[in-house]
Every structure is written in C-alpha cells, then in structure tokens.
Write a protein that binds this ligand. Structure first.
Ligand code: NAI
Ligand code: MG
Length: 350
C-alpha cells in the first residue's frame, strides 16, 4: 500500500513561487522511487491575493489547510511600504495567524555551514547547530494595546506572554533533539533583566534537565549569545529560546552560515494535531522577483526538513546530501533559480 501525503502548497509572492517550483522538483525527485505519493493542493495566499480580493487568511482557507498533512510555503509579502498593502498586515494576519492557529510551538531553524558555502567569518570552525525557537508565545502574541495614540502622552504596551505549559513543551522538544544530536543544550534568555519570564524559563530548563543527565546544559544571556554566534559559533548544538530572541538570533545564525539563500525552517506542531509548515527563512525579495536570481536552496532544504518530519528520513538525507554536494561544487558562474533546482534534483536522482 502506498502512503499518500496531503501537502498544502503556499507559493506566495515575489520569489516565493520561483523557489517553491524548484523545491517541488526536488521533492518529486526524492520520492520518485519510494512508495509515498504527495497529493498537492495549491493555496493562493499573500499580498497578491490581498490585492485581488481584500482577503488575507479567511476561516475557509484555514480550515482547508488544516486538512493537510503538511504545508510548504515560499514567502509572502509585497514591496515594503506599498500603500495598497497598508491594511493587509501579511506578517500578523497570515504568517503569525497560521503559526498560532496551527499551534506551531516549535520554530526549528538549523544552521550549518556547508563546506564551500561562503560565510563571512574568517575562521568559522564547524558550525552545526539548531535553534529551537518558541513559536506561539512571547511578545508576538498581540497581547497589548495603545492609548492616547498620536499624542505626546501615547502609551504602548506589548506584553510578553510566557506560560509554564508553553515553555515546558518547547523545552522538552529541545532536550529530545539534543539527545539525538551532540547532547548540548543552551538556553538563551535575559534572566538578569527579564526576571519573571526568564526565571520561569530557567527553572523549567533546570527541571527538565534532571531527566536528561546525558545532556550538557548551559545558559547565555541573549546579548552574549550574539557575540558567541560570531566569535565561536561551533560551541552551539541546540539553542532553545523564546519567540523574539529566536527571531533575531536566527537571522544572525543565517548570516554566519552563508546567508539568507540557504536558511531553512520548520514551524512544527510536534503532537501532529495540526499540519507543520516548512519554509525558507527569507522573504519574498521583491527586489529580485522575476529575475531568476533567487537561490532556491533554502526552500529545498525546507523540503528536507519536511521529509524528515514526515518520517521519511532516507529521502530527507538524499536531499540534504544533494544540496551539500551542489554547494561544494559551486563556483563563481552565476546560475538561474531553475538551474540550481535542476542541478540539485539531478543529484537527488543520481
Ligand atoms: P527578504 O528576505 O525578502 O529580502 C532581503 C534581501 O535578501 C533582499 O535583498 C533579497 O533580494 C535577498 N534575498 C532573499 N531571499 C533570497 C534568495 N533566496 N536568494 C537570493 N537573495 C535573496 O526580506 P525583505 O526585503 O525585508 O522583505 C520583503 C518582503 O518579504 C516583505 O513584504 C516582508 O514582509 C516579506 N517577508 C516574508 C517572510 C515570510 O514569508 N516568511 C519573511 C521575511 C519577510
Ligand atoms: Mg525574522
């Protein structure tokens, strides 16, 4: 009996559809010989959809997407500052809404410096770590408000929401991941200043650590973590942190491992109650959209994360290996988005 995986595909805007097309080629190549069939449903969401219909993410979209086993997303968003998109709020109304509604409490962002990738560090060492960023809490939940708006007395509150339940489940995921890797876990927070939330994160990590005596646990303030990510990134294995710190650290992590064209991510609901969503970290890059200059590698590595999440470890490994080989063979010759996708798909098939 062949297994059918229902995949919702959200190509999105700008370079989103360009990189997703290549990711789909590679997915096809990776599963051609296996008994898994991907049944894909495209969803037209993003700035383009908003301009056409005025809708960002309606309940029917959400209900339909939730019926799938997994989601592949390119990138959404128009040209920053486009006045027609003033009310669209793609980031909150679409991306964050998907993450919150589908309970993507793990935002998984691996950072690996592949041999041959052009990172900015002179002596980077062996960079291979994963940031486990909490995805449904922190200051991103929209708990706050403003009063006396537009006056000199304006007050704006943005409350960071941290629940013991929410922190414990993501911390448990991070420990389990560390057990499968090099058994080192670093909590990043700012416990010296954010004493309430930071204190709870620290206590929960300490409590869960007692169940994982084989995992070496350490703690860094977020400001110190940014230093080490540049001066000694090879010290990290698994980093667990909150939504805001994780957002910032992973952009830095992407930069030290060869840039935005390579950084993949998973928005994961580990319990499987909802489909998990896999996407490159980058945005829709309107500045290069339509020029075939986008690097599809981040989207392709997101497919590897997707395959891994679905329990298709062999297929995932073939994609990762093909990407590694492609990166190692890169030279200064420019290639189009499709040429990179074809080359990687070819290596997967070989
Ligand atoms: P961006 O990531 O789209 O672009 C930043 C810079 O990186 C640009 O110069 C772009 O050309 C380059 N770049 C990005 N991806 C690339 C790739 N695969 N290959 C080569 N170069 C690449 O971020 P920006 O410009 O801040 O945002 C553009 C739009 O994307 C906005 O509407 C923003 O809201 C949206 N966005 C969406 C995200 C998502 O869908 N998850 C994440 C980040 C931004
Ligand atoms: Mg970000």
């Amino acid at each position: 009996m062949s297994r059918v995986v229902k995949l919702a595909v959200i190509p999105g805007d700008g370079i989103g559809p360009e990189v997703v097309a290549e990711a789909e080629k590679v997915l096809e190549a990776a599963t051609a010989a296996s008994d898994v069939t991907f049944e894909k449903t495209p969803f037209s969401l993003g700035a383009g959809r908003f301009l056409d219909t005025g809708d960002t993410l309606i309940d029917d979209d959400l209900a339909a997407i939730a019926q799938h086993d997994a989601i592949l997303l390119g990138a959404v968003g128009g040209v920053p500052g486009d006045p027609r998109l003033k009310d669209a709020n793609i980031e909150r109304g679409l991306l964050l809404k998907l993450r919150f509604e589908l309970d993507h409490y793990v935002n998984l962002r691996p950072s690996k410096l592949y041999p041959g990738a052009a990172g900015p560090l002179a002596d980077p060492g062996d960079i291979d770590f994963v940031v486990v960023r909490e995805g449904t809490e922190g200051p991103y939940v929209g708990n706050g408000g403003a009063i006396r708006r537009g006056t000199p007395q304006e007050v704006a509150n943005e409350t960071s929401v941290n629940t013991a339940f929410g922190v414990e489940r993501v911390v448990r995921y991070a420990f389990a991941l560390a057990e499968r890797r090099r058994r080192k876990l670093t909590l990043v927070h700012k416990t010296n200043v954010l004493v309430h939330a930071g204190g709870m994160w620290k206590r929960i990590v300490d409590a869960v650590a007692s169940e994982h005596p084989g995992v070496d646990v350490d703690y860094l303030h977020v400001d110190a973590a940014t230093i080490f990510l540049v001066t000694n990134p090879s010290r990290f294995d698994v980093i667990v942190t909150d939504n805001l710190f994780g957002d910032i650290l992973t952009d830095l992590a992407g930069a030290v491992t060869g840039g935005i064209g390579l950084a993949a991510s998973g928005n994961i609901n580990p319990d499987g109650a909802f489909p998990s969503m896999f996407e490159p970290v980058h945005g829709s890059a309107p500045d290069i959209a339509g020029t075939q200059k986008a690097d599809p590698t981040a989207a392709i590595l997101s497919v590897a994360l997707l395959l891994d999440h679905l329990g298709l470890g062999d297929e995932a490994a073939r994609v990762t290996r093909a990407v590694e080989d492609d990166i190692a063979a890169r030279d200064a010759t420019p290639r189009t988005t499709a040429q990179i996708g074809d080359a990687i798909a070819g290596r997967v098939r070989a």
